[in-house]
Design a binder for this molecule. Structure first.
Ligand SMILES: [Zn+2]
Length: 287
């Protein structure tokens, strides 16, 4: 025992006097060095605590640099430690709800793609989480919604339109609660070659808000349909035609024949054809 102590003392002196040889040794024996350091820190817990207190920023910097350079390893260590101490994480999040929340939202902000990917892969969970958040933060929810609305006026208009047509269909008791489906839109667009059936202009789906924007015009407006008599879906291909925004807003709820008279054009052939098809799905004795 005494001998070991003596040898250690000798080594210590030697290395203090020859820092280069110490550096060389420590580079060549990283494992042993680590072990020695570990043993020393375990023997002197107060020292490391004090050192941390006195050099918090520096230690944090070193730690951060190490984490930055060893992201994967750090993750593994963290995971291993967490599986060994499952209660710790739970306890910590319970004791630090604010910090926990902060770190989660910081992560989501820093990893938007992964956050979005998670949302896509977990649509139900993310919907529930969103609902819970909305219920817990009514004020913030209102704020964020109105901010979104301000930044996306076109989308708001679109949503209103969709909601409106949905609402009207539900009120009138039609079976379909959908708006105009994408398939229907594609079909009608192809059938009418994207041309406004009233004025013949080539409409465009991309010119949002432009008077040339593609509109899906109801041959018989939903408000004038009766689910007891008209047995077809108001938003189906036999009741929809392509119109430019300009013609569509001129027409509004007007009857087709009246609108064409005002525009001084004959009723377009496609509309005549579709009206025939509608008649096949209309109860005799009604409109
Ligand atoms: Zn037109």
């Amino acid at each position: 025992m005494e001998n070991i102590e003596k040898k250690r003392e000798y080594n210590r002196k030697h290395y203090l006097e020859n820092p280069e040889s110490y550096n060389k040794w420590s580079k060549e024996h990283p494992k042993e060095l680590k072990e020695i350091q570990r043993r020393w820190y375990l023997k002197n817990p107060d020292y490391s605590k004090r050192y941390y207190k006195e050099h918090t920023e520096a230690v944090k910097k070193i730690k951060k640099r190490w984490v930055d350079n060893n992201r994967i390893l750090n993750k593994e260590i963290k995971k291993r430690w967490e599986t060994k101490h499952p209660e710790y994480k739970k306890k910590w999040s319970k004791e630090h709800p604010e910090k926990c929340k902060e770190s989660k939202s910081r992560w989501a902000k820093n990893n938007p793609e992964r956050n979005n990917r998670w949302k896509k892969e977990h649509p139900i969970e993310s919907k529930i989480m969103k609902k819970v958040w909305e219920l817990k933060n009514p004020e913030k929810c209102k704020e964020s919604k109105s901010r979104w609305a301000k930044n996306n006026p076109d989308k708001v208009r679109q949503l209103h339109r969709k909601d409106e047509s949905k609402r009207r269909i539900i009120i009138k008791g039609f079976n379909s609660t959908d708006g105009i489906t994408k398939e229907t839109q594609d079909y009608v667009l192809k059938r009418d070659r994207g041309l406004c059936v009233y004025c013949g202009v080539l409409t465009s789906e991309t010119n949002n808000g432009d008077r040339l924007q593609t509109n899906y015009d109801h041959i018989i407006p939903i408000s004038k349909l009766n689910p007891q008599i008209h047995l077809f879906n108001p938003n189906s291909i036999i009741n929809l035609i392509i119109a430019c925004k300009s013609c569509n807003s001129q027409r509004r709820n007007k009857d087709i024949s009246q609108f064409c008279k005002e525009k001084n054009i004959p009723i377009p052939n496609i509309i005549m054809e579709l009206l025939k098809k509608q008649k096949e799905q209309t109860k005799i004795g009604g409109g």
